[in-house]
Design a protein around this ligand. Structure first.
Ligand code: 6GU
Length: 229
């Protein structure tokens, strides 16, 4: 997979991409992630990328020119057709199902906006799908793009050490995960449930299913009534 990111703050991505599973996936050649600064495509002495909104009002709007030019440049870096994604609070809520879908693509182009938002012609002209990571406002799409990259990359075949460790993850089966325990058997008077020490794999699997269901019912009942995942 190849992921291109268009952003005004490429440096924000450097640290998250340098650790753990995302780092290893790049080293293994499972994913190539390329960062492009939208400001490199701005023109004029001040390299302006934003301007006042027509019609008045607070804040600034991302100008279409630098985003289009940056996008066309990035597209030309590889012949592979890409899924183009704009990160904006107006987008479709991101989900594990969406992460799984994106992990099957050969190429993604993620565009992170700043300021009050994108000039509407960016949305229209690029024909991009829009993704939001939740119902709150971030100062820009960068953190959202990093969330999407993290969730997608770990689903690439070979990215996780143990292929099974993605299967039971919260949400991939529509439920929250069951409780985990490791050594020691007793920690500050709290004991590991006997069943996990029993060696009875059938009973353990059943207990985990019940726990996952109970937790989901208690903490996220909305997941049990939702049908789209
Ligand atoms: Cl993708 N961008 C911004 N600026 N805020 C958000 C978001 C994205 N998703 C949730 N809040």
């Amino acid at each position: 997979m190849r992921i291109d990111v268009l952003t005004l703050f490429p440096e924000m991505f450097e640290s998250p991409l340098r650790y753990s599973i995302v780092k290893r996936a790049q080293e293994q050649g499972l994913v190539e992630i390329a960062l492009t600064n939208i400001r490199d495509f701005a023109i004029g002495e001040y390299r302006k990328v934003d301007d006042k909104p027509y019609g008045g009002g607070p804040g600034m709007v991302m100008m279409p020119g630098p985003v289009f030019d940056g996008f066309e440049h990035v597209q030309s870096l590889s012949p592979e057709p890409a899924r183009v994604i704009l990160l904006t609070p107006q987008g479709t809520p991101f989900s594990q199902a969406k992460a799984a879908e994106l992990s099957e693509q050969d190429r993604l182009i993620l565009i992170a906006g700043r300021y009050e938002g994108f000039d509407e012609r960016i949305r229209i002209g690029l024909g991009a799908e829009q993704i939001s990571i939740g119902d709150y406002v971030l100062n820009g799409g960068e953190l959202a793009a990093m969330v999407v990259i993290d969730a997608v990359v770990r689903l690439l075949p070979g990215a996780l050490g143990d292929e099974d460790s993605a299967r039971d993850d919260s949400f991939s089966n529509g439920l929250l995960e069951y409780p985990h325990y490791t050594r020691p058997e007793v920690f500050r008077d709290m004991k590991v449930p006997d069943i996990l020490l029993s060696g009875d794999h059938g009973k353990i699997a059943q207990w985990r299913r019940e726990q996952a269901l109970e937790r989901t019912r208690r903490l996220r009942p909305d997941l049990l009534t939702r049908t789209e995942e």
